[in-house]
Design a protein around this ligand. Structure first.
Ligand code: SER
Length: 326
């Protein structure tokens, strides 16, 4: 467990996961002990609820100064470029994802940080990986630069566990669905956009084929997985940086059907683009028994419960004129 004196740093705090992890951590540990950082300005709510520092994770100097200034002991390293954006600029994805993580691990080693969380992704898998019930320990053959950086990141983190006794942990997240902040540039983003379009326009043009089935998770389960893994007894873990986790799997058509149960006039058309090839290289479903056995992973949301809650939350924001969607 986290001693009360430990100060926590979150990188990528303005992103999809960060914008909800920061408030969750502040609730547990106190507002002033969670230092939110990002290269972009966060929402006023996030910046106003506790310390915020501007940070480019590719700058080791900036990172080191913030760690020293706030005497950071725990880092949640969420800053990353996702799969679809990464394919538009592979060099930038490598720079941010690899050098960012390397800087976090090196600064942690040098400056006495005790624990690091770094998310991995289903993007570590590829066409040679079994696609159904993808095992924990299996072939990693990513076709995207994002996946390449996540495979390398898992191994780099594991190296720091072995070589330097640094406590590094991570989950391979599936698509994350959330009602607070839009995801930025992933292949699974359709499963968030579809809710906004359903509520605002009752129509959605999907960039994946209807039969494309991917593993997914609702944000409350994502936060639960991060907090539970970070609180787990390190000595009980056989894996560290690469836990398979999942909550549900559905196709784009199945998600549309579930939304139609609430909004019967909702219509979807399918116009696959370059993201289809990425989705086709990823698993349809995940075997997360290692996470269940080693640290008690257990999701709370299935497709029906997640859909009902997303429509309720976003519908309420829309009625209040507060649904921000580009
Ligand atoms: N949601 C991510 C993406 O689509 C997968 O980790 O890039």
């Amino acid at each position: 467990m986290t001693p009360d004196s430990d100060t926590i740093l979150v990188t990528g705090a303005a992103g999809q996961i960060g914008s909800e992890l920061v408030p969750a951590l502040r609730k547990i540990h106190g507002d002033s002990r969670v230092i939110a950082t990002d290269i972009i300005q966060p929402s006023p709510a996030l910046a106003g609820s506790g310390p915020f520092e501007k940070l480019d994770v590719t700058s080791r100097q900036e990172l080191g100064e913030i760690i020293k200034k706030h005497r950071i002991k725990i880092i949640y390293h969420l800053a990353a470029i996702l799969s679809a954006t990464g394919e538009k600029s592979p060099q930038k994805a490598w720079e941010v994802n690899m050098n960012g993580l390397y800087n976090v691990l090196e600064a942690s080693r040098e400056l006495g940080v005790k624990q690091v969380f770094c998310p991995s992704s289903i993007a570590v898998f590829g066409p040679a990986t079994p696609r159904v019930n993808t095992p924990q320990d299996t072939i990693l053959s990513p076709t995207t630069i994002y996946g390449v950086t996540k495979v390398a990141g898992e191994h780099l983190g594991e190296y720091y566990v072995r070589k330097y006794n640094l406590d590094v942990r991570g989950c391979r997240f599936p698509g994350i669905i959330s009602s607070e902040t839009l995801p930025g540039g992933g292949t699974t983003d359709y499963a968030v956009a579809i809710f906004y379009e359903a509520i605002i326009h009752r129509r959605y043009t999907c960039f994946l084929k209807p039969e494309t089935r991917l593993p997914m998770m609702y944000m409350p389960d994502c936060l639960k997985s991060i907090l539970t893994l970070m609180a787990a007894d390190f000595n009980r873990l056989k894996h560290h940086t690469n836990f398979n986790v999942t909550a549900m799997s559905f196709s784009a058509a199945e998600l549309a059907t579930e939304i139609k149960k609430h909004l019967p006039d909702f219509e979807v058309e399918y116009r696959p683009d370059f993201r289809q090839a990425i989705a086709d290289s990823w698993p349809e479903s995940i075997d997360d028994r290692a996470a269940r056995e080693e640290w008690g992973w257990q999701p709370d949301y299935d497709l029906a419960r997640m859909t009902a809650e997303m429509l309720q939350i976003l519908g309420e924001k829309h009625r209040q004129g507060k649904l921000a969607y580009p």
